[in-house]
Design a protein around this ligand. Structure first.
Ligand code: SF4
Length: 278
């Protein structure tokens, strides 16, 4: 059995930076509780690790119960200005990914009267991008644009981890129905290069195995856009037993931006051990 991990798989720069800031905060404040406003990444393996180290995940409603000396770290997905103001009362460590922050500043500076943001409606990044400006219209798919036309000027942005195939289709519709809209592709470099590597089938592999948390937007996008006829979606090496890989001789393992690289290696080794004959 030939099993390889796709290049660029695993933690992206934004997640690595957020985890570095969290580790540093834990190291430098061993006598204090570190509060995490929302999960650091959408990956339960990572979240369980920090939970065991005493880090507490909180929601915005919990902020009122914290003393002003509390250390609160906000995740790579970003926060709205509204939330940032609330966090200024505490010792706030902002782990927003620089790509997300940059997009947010561009959107906030926009003077366009019509703004569309393409992204998952309840995703933290979408909330961070749109909460300060209620006039931004969030769309998730082509159906949301049904019968929508505009001859006004407008601007279009998107979630950094959006599925590039879906994004291109939505852009095509907008180009026709809203000819004066200026369309910006605000996917991040990390997602772009990972999705590009998965754009076409590599003939050396029969099956593609996406590894990521089911809550991860990035992992779901990879699963949706995989061009392999057989694509499986698992969370970690414990799920390898569920894979039906008899008569398969080659597997491509792909990890999302929130999947630890050691989990990808464990999945790779576990597939090799579980199917040694292939
Ligand atoms: S996926 Fe992209 S935007 Fe999101 S944290 Fe990683 S680098 Fe940043």
């Amino acid at each position: 059995m030939r099993v390889n991990v796709l290049k660029n798989s695993g933690f992206c720069g934004g997640v690595t930076r957020a985890l570095y800031l969290l580790d540093k905060a834990i190291r430098e404040n061993s006598d204090k509780t570190i509060y995490l406003l929302h999960e650091i990444v959408h990956n339960d393996i990572v979240n369980d690790k920090y939970n065991k180290l005493g880090v507490k995940v909180i929601e915005e409603k919990d902020l009122d119960g914290l003393s002003s000396s509390s250390i609160v770290l906000s995740s790579a997905h970003g926060i709205s200005n509204l939330t940032r103001e609330k966090l200024n009362r505490f010792n706030h460590i902002d782990a927003t990914c620089p790509f997300v922050r940059n997009n947010q500043k561009i959107i906030q500076a926009s003077k366009a009267s019509e703004i569309i943001f393409i992204g998952k409606k309840n995703h933290r990044e979408t909330i961070a991008m749109t909460e300060d400006n209620k006039n931004i219209w969030v769309i998730e798919n082509e159906n949301d644009l049904k019968n929508y036309k505009s001859h006004n000027e407008g601007e279009v942005y998107n979630q950094t981890t959006f599925n590039v195939n879906k994004l291109n289709k939505i852009h095509e519709i907008l180009e026709v129905n809203c000819p004066k809209y200026e369309i910006f592709n605000t996917m991040c470099e990390s997602t772009r290069s990972l999705q590009n590597s998965l754009k076409s089938v590599d003939p050396r592999y029969n099956v593609c195995v996406i590894v990521g948390d089911k809550k991860s937007s990035n992992a779901n996008s990879l699963f949706e856009m995989s061009p392999y006829i057989r694509t499986e979606f698992i969370e970690n090496e414990k799920d390898v037993d569920k894979l039906k890989l008899c008569k398969v001789d080659s597997v491509l393992v792909v990890g999302s931006a929130s999947t630890p690289k050691d989990v990808l290696e464990k999945v790779k080794n576990s597939i090799k051990e579980r199917f040694p004959e292939n």
